[in-house]
Design a protein around this ligand. Sequence first.
Ligand SMILES: Cc1ncc(C[n+]2csc(CCOP(=O)(O)OP(=O)(O)O)c2C)c(N)n1
Ligand code: SF4
Ligand code: SF4
Ligand code: SF4
Length: 887
Amino acid sequence: FRPFAAEKMVEALPASVKAIAVLDRTKEPGSLGEPLYEDVRTALGEVMSMDKSKFSSYPKVVGGRYGLGSAEFTPGMAKAVLDNLKNQSPKNHFTIGINDDVAFTSLDWDNSWSLESEKVHRALFYGLGSDGTVGANHNSIRIIGEATDNYAQGYFVYDSKKAGTMTTSLLRFGKQKIKSTYLIHKANFLACHKFSFLEKYDILDNLEQGGTFLLAAPFDKAHVWEQLPKRVQQHIIGKKLKFYVIDALSVAEKLGLGGRINTIMQTAFFKISGIIPEEEALKLINESIVHSYGKKGKEIVERNMKAVEAAAAHLEKVDYPASAASTQEMMPSVPGTAPAFVKDVLGEIIAGRGTELPVSKMPDDGTFPTGTTKYEKRNIAEYIPVWDPETCIQCGDCSAVCPHAVIRLKAYKPELLKNAPASFKSTGAKGKEFEGLKFTIQVAPEDCTGCATCVHVCPAFKKNEAGEKTDRKAINMEEQIPLRDQEVINWEFFLTLPQVDRSLLKLTTTKGTQFLEPLFEFSGACAGCGETPYVKLLSQLFGDRAIIANATGCSSIYGGNLPTTPYTARADGRGPAWSNSLFEDAAEFGLGMRLTSDKLSEYAGELVQRLIESKKCSVDTALLENIKANGQKTWEDIEKQRGLTDQLKKSIAACSCGECSELLSLTDHLIRRAVWVLGGDGWAYDIGYGGLDHVLATGRNVNVLVLDTEVYSNTGGQMSKATPVGAIAKFAAGGKSLRKKDLGLMCMSYGYVYVARIALGFNRTQTIKAFLEAESYNGPSIIIAYSHCINQGINMTRGLDQQKAAVTSGMWPLYRYNPELTAEGKNPLVMDSKEPTTEVADYIYKETRFKSLKEMNPARAETLLAQLKKDVDMQYKQYKYLAERPF
Ligand SMILES: Cc1ncc(C[n+]2csc(CCOP(=O)(O)OP(=O)(O)O)c2C)c(N)n1
Ligand code: SF4
Ligand code: SF4
Ligand code: SF4
């Protein structure tokens, strides 16, 4: 609004104006008012002082804040602002849209006050993140807007969780222009694309009397009614809704569409709503399928067209009784056992009522507790893994690859089973170190995303009576709903079992690491995400003393999206400290953490030394000497240091000398910390590269983990310098033509940076080794981790197969470059993968990002494949040469 044309603004105001309310979406604490309010007042004052005004007296002018934090601004709020102006002394510096019960600045408003026209169709669609609902509604708007004389409007609300979250599509259609720039509060059509939403969200509250309700459910019209919570039945009966059901998921699965029920639900919507004659609507949907999926290949187009036919055949109208007999109540958004803050604040935000929370409920300093994803209980999996103890070989692979830390193992004393629930499974623990112990693999049923990665990777097949291998494994996906109640009880019991003593574990093995408690759990990443297993492993190995600087990207979103965070703490409260600064400055942010931590521990060490030397207070000198002498090289040493510092805390708390008082706030800094910087390839290869390079060059002990999805994943798949030749990405619509940057090689050139390239899907032991070496190296280290991702267009259950194929085809060679080896006269570069044994084409053409280029432009795809093969060959020779160089 600046430069602000003062005279023009005043000129535009009619002479009859008596009062003005200036609304600003800004909060400028400390100023007299928000910027626009100040400019309006100054403009009026200046014009009036020049006697140029048409007003006889200075109008009343008040200012207020609205829409902060993207809060809604509704007709009811606009009315409240105008009503305020009518008062003799209107409230100034007000807020609208929040309930300010601390400074009492807010105006009251009536949410039910509506300006909606009865002639406008208002439709609400509740979808599951990444089920395609939003994309389908984009198409519906286009179809209706282009094929009819209706005006069309669409708005989409989604939170930042990548999967399993609710997306809301708000669509308006009508013959008259649509000017409503606010959400739909009462719709005449409502579709719920995920049955479990009905248990958690009171969505039918948003449907008006006589409206139409379309539900995707795993039940037919004869059985769906009895599965509904009482509140839902009451809405349907009370509002006399027209109720339709469709088992969209089964239809999609039979057609090979997985969980993508969008086309089916879109067809059902057109069939019921009658906005366009059915035959024409089906034709237009089919055309839009070609438009949307053409680039993804013929097969996907055909499957979706079959889905259109199937939808029309499977849609059923439900007749329902006159009274609600269900005994099922709606589920609370968080369990009743959750801490008060989680129930009163986080639970309300999770339930979608966050904007109704009064200001007094917000934490004074803005900090939110960690370890809160465990209260969300999202129940998004249709199927969950079920363990077969007899078949299991206890390898730990399922747990290692689970992107959501849902499947866990414990070994424990048999007597602890005394109070176990009847359905709790256990068997004898395998391995010498666990002799005499029992072993259990347990799934958190309500936190599982149903990605089936664990089942796919499980190497143990059940044998039949003849001793032949069957297609059943040691874990198998089974329907979640019938298992839920029983497994919730089993999970809760499992949590009461103690963690395995870390000193018993071989931490260089997959199995060993998987007994460690993950301190990163149930994140909102996409089901089957390739990034999160690395973050989880990091949290298992070093979480109790890690400080994490996170670049913006998927990892910052699933790492800390309000209101919950997956970073958690072990029973004694120790867990990772985590923060996200910006996209571009994560390395520098992490370096700052390192320098601060080092400075504080150096100072704490100085104080310990001073106490040793001065002998003036009663602190035990032997204790101080032990603390000083502990090099904290091993985990045991670190735990010992924790015990010693606990003793020290008690001892110095009783002393009032200057050193002791100062040391009291610094004792935690006597414990060795692991600083980790996390981010994606967009950050590390491109936008944050300058900072990353600078930080590595400082030689300080900072560990970097690059989660390389080969695109900017969080923002929908833009090309980065990590994108390989031949892959289609945003900004590389014709397939990338230039070679992937070799970030690892660039970092190796320093000679004093530890560098590793890893792929969990190919070699888990090498992955673990790289983490342990990087952390123990007293200098900068960088690990570049192949991370499969939905943006690559793959079957996410088989993401680890793609990781493996990337390595065996030579596209992603594995290595570790450890500068410490040079001191021993050895070559620092160790190759962990061999000469390519499989074809590049076999790897890439399982991914839509490469496949679609082949379909769109076969000649270019062939040229780029030839180039890719040449690059792969050269890359292998280059690494082989470096790894075999005499030292
Ligand atoms: C300076 C800046 N530019 C753009 C963005 C928007 N943005 C947020 S995350 C992201 C992509 C991150 O990609 P990447 O680093 O590869 O991580 P990934 O999401 O793949 O894990 C972008 C472009 C931003 N936050 N800051
Ligand atoms: S199905 Fe996916 S989320 Fe569930 S336990 Fe297996 S790997 Fe974890
Ligand atoms: S991957 Fe299979 S065999 Fe291995 S521990 Fe898990 S269930 Fe058992
Ligand atoms: S990295 Fe890919 S798969 Fe993982 S959360 Fe981001 S978009 Fe989803």
